[in-house]
Design a protein around this ligand. Structure first.
Ligand code: NAD
Ligand code: DAU
Length: 341
């Protein structure tokens, strides 16, 4: 293994929202670490996010598909740690096209695990989601011991991937860790997701499509808090363990919509209540006491402040999302919208 200050990390899906923010966080905090960003650049991958580091000798981008072992193996060779973000990540898309989610999220993860085992990788960290636990009613929170009960093609594919990662630990001794995190927000999030979609629509003076009555609840975490949790798990987490990561900020979608409307000085006539998402999970909430107690982590970013900074970012970086919204995404959005109104 390379010396501790020369750790080489193989990051999958680094051109997506959380992967981008994690790479920027790690390169700033650990300038000696080497980072390989392995990403197939699907509709959600965007190398413009990483322009500021593209010439840094410690950073290398490799275009490749996690489902293709012939591309994965040479790229992963010589790396110490794997941090696996790559996935199809949008629930609505999974309802329209489950097959792509099964392929990337399950089969792709299996390819990575098999190659990591062959190469005797020292750590495989798998990024998962709180959605694998299903939905909550008004009471209770998810913990590491909550039984799996996924309810969308997306969450079922992530659940299957989590099981495979644990199989590689128990059966083959691969040194793994897993984190299950709640809803992230922050810069560089693809504008099909709730917060960037609503922000960018309002900037363009378009209505925002709120599903149902907007009473579903999510727990929101700033993406930098997610990165700091991953940093700790990688450096201090116990092999074979799972950590639940949450933002301690439960909000209904209507509450967030009202905060976004207020920020952009718009009235509630800009809300368009549209047909609900099929199988829409009512509530997610995370009990993060394990990572707090064992690794000393807790979220630092106050939700209202983090949201205002995030909205400002979308206001200041209109070129970033306008390019996306006028491209392939436009077709998808029109299709979604047609089916919902
Ligand atoms: P994203 O959709 O923004 O990015 C996904 C990235 O993976 C893209 O860059 C894409 O090009 C890449 N990718 C997709 N298929 C690939 C393949 N076959 N080979 C290589 N690269 C591929 O997703 P995100 O929101 O950044 O989520 C990252 C991870 O975090 C996912 O595993 C997701 O399930 C998990 N997660 C997300 C959230 C959230 O709120 N966004 C919360 C908890 C967990
Ligand atoms: O909980 C973690 C998960 O959070 C991650 O695993 C997923 O990758 C990530 O996409 C996110 O899933 P959600 O389905 O919760 O996120 P999304 O931004 O799509 O929706 C958030 C809430 O807002 C949800 O209750 C649905 C609602 N919504 C969403 C969209 C896109 C609307 O009301 N209108 C919309 O147009």
């Amino acid at each position: 293994m390379t010396k501790n200050n020369k750790i080489k990390i193989f990051i999958t899906g680094g051109a997506g929202f959380i992967g981008t923010n994690f790479i920027l966080y790690m390169m700033k905090k650990y300038p000696d670490y080497q980072i390989i960003n392995f990403d197939s650049l699907t509709y959600a991958g965007n190398l413009n996010n990483l322009k500021s580091i593209e010439n840094n000798p410690k950073y290398k981008f490799i275009k490749g598909d996690i489902c293709n072992p012939g591309e994965v193996k040479p790229a992963m060779t010589g790396c110490d740690w794997i941090v696996h973000f790559a996935a199809e990540s949008h629930v609505d898309r999974s309802i329209m096209d489950p097959d792509t989610f099964v392929k990337t999220n399950i089969l792709g993860t299996n390819v990575l695990l098999r190659v990591a085992k062959e190469l005797e990788i020292k750590r495989f960290h798998h990024i998962s989601t709180d959605e694998v636990f299903g939905e909550l009613g008004n009471e209770g929170k998810f913990t590491e011991k909550t039984p799996y009960d996924p309810r969308s093609p997306y969450s079922a594919s992530k659940a299957a991937a989590d099981h495979l990662v644990r199989v590689y630990f128990h059966t083959f001794g691969l040194p793994i860790t897993i984190s299950n995190c709640s809803n992230n927000y922050g810069p560089y999030q693809f504008p099909e997701k709730f917060i960037p979609l609503f922000a960018s629509n309002l900037i363009e003076n378009q209505k925002v499509p709120l599903y149902g009555e907007g009473l579903n609840i999510r727990d929101w975490i700033h993406v930098d808090d997610h990165s700091s949790a991953l940093d700790l798990i990688l450096h201090k987490g116990k092999i074979g363990e799972t950590y639940c990561v949450g933002g301690d900020a439960e909000k209904t979608n209507l509450e967030i919509t009202n905060l976004i409307l207020k920020y952009f000085k718009k009235g509630d006539e800009m809300i368009e209540k549209v047909a609900d998402r099929a199988g829409h999970d009512f509530r997610y909430a995370i009990d993060f006491s394990k990572i707090k107690k064992e690794l000393g982590w807790s979220p630092k970013v106050n939700f209202e402040k983090g949201l205002a900074e995030t909205l400002k970012w979308y206001q200041d970086n209109q070129d970033w999302w306008k390019k996306i919204k006028s491209g392939e995404y436009k077709k998808y959005y029109e299709e979604q919208y047609k089916n919902r109104s």
